[in-house]
Design a protein around this ligand. Sequence first.
Ligand code: PLP
Length: 406
Amino acid sequence: MFQLNENYLKLPGSYLFSTIAKKVKAYQDENPDKRIIRLGIGDVTQPLAPAIIKALHEAVEEMGHAETFHGYAPDLGYAFLRDTLAADYQAKGCQVEADEIFVSDGAKSDCGNIQEIFAPDSRIAVCDPVYPVYVDSNVMAGRTGDYDEATGTWSNVIYMPCTAENGFVPQLPEETPDLIYLCIPNNPTGTTLTRDQLKVWVDYANQVGAVILYDAAYEAYIAEDDVPHSIYEIPGARTCAIEFRSFSKNAGFTGVRLGFTVVPKDLKSNGVMAHSLWARRHGTKFNGAPYIVQKAAMAVYSEEGKAQLKEQVAYYMRNAKVIYDGLKEVGYEVYGGINAPYIWLKVPESMTSWDFFDYLLTEANVVGTPGSGFGPSGEGYFRLTAFGTYENTVEAIGRIKKLKRS
Ligand SMILES: *Cc1c(COP(=O)(O)O)cnc(C)c1O
């Protein structure tokens, strides 16, 4: 009789978003006249920028003619895109070569798959709260030990709490990890590390021989000068870091799908390059991102595209400011929202994250995400996102403010 991969059975149900959906539906059914505003979404809402639409149309047209038709893309990405991405890194002072860039269908796949090229007994370290993909993909691979329902933690995962007490800066762990996942700017907390703070991690990783798996999906939202846009801005990162990038949040590609991963050739274990293994994995299991989509990504780097996307990011960050300032004004402790489209707020002392969820839903008809859904250290916090429309965001914050005043 065949056996399934029983590691999958260890995964606790991901009840977060389904529980939210159920609660919202139940409330709406009982209160059909209420207009609920959702500030819980982690998906963009603005349409694709005109420069991207134009590039998509042109590429679609090419596909309709034998002379310009494209079949399988090169496994690792078209040279036109890899060269452009490398030039962009180099223009920002980062040493990244075109052949160190692997184009894919998105950062989620890459951060989920990267663990495959590391030893099965690798120890992983994650921030708490955390983007669940990092942990769950390692659970599936059998690396995480046993789950403890009571604490919501895995016995073989090193957790680095990120809370208001430490300014959301993860502390170097006492036990030595092999793989360290960092998401900067951070989802869910919306906070970041400065160049100096990230340098501590790069130095540490080089010293103990660990790899930093650096998820920079929100790089485009960085507003402050001392926050690095890439880990390769930090000297020494080429021997210890892999970086994930996505076109989802900077260019609205959540439904179009495209991302890329940088694996520097200097990242080696026992003389073997991680680059060779990732290239082999990509070539074996992935048949390339669509030509049409890679052409659309080129528009992200055109002058026209850059200007349009800057506006799109600014649109969301205006929402972030409305949320941040509005909550602060009525006395909430708020974090994030400056270099990321997420606002992380401290819920009142007497409430849990879920109590606050219910309170906002029933009293203000606003939906957010309970922090405890992202890990034990998220308890007592709540996430609101800036990805809604401006009008809805203003309305939602107006309701929350009124509630607090009354
Ligand atoms: C949205 C997001 C991504 C992007 O994933 P894609 O697969 O490229 O859409 C990656 N990491 C984090 C933390 C995210 O929030």
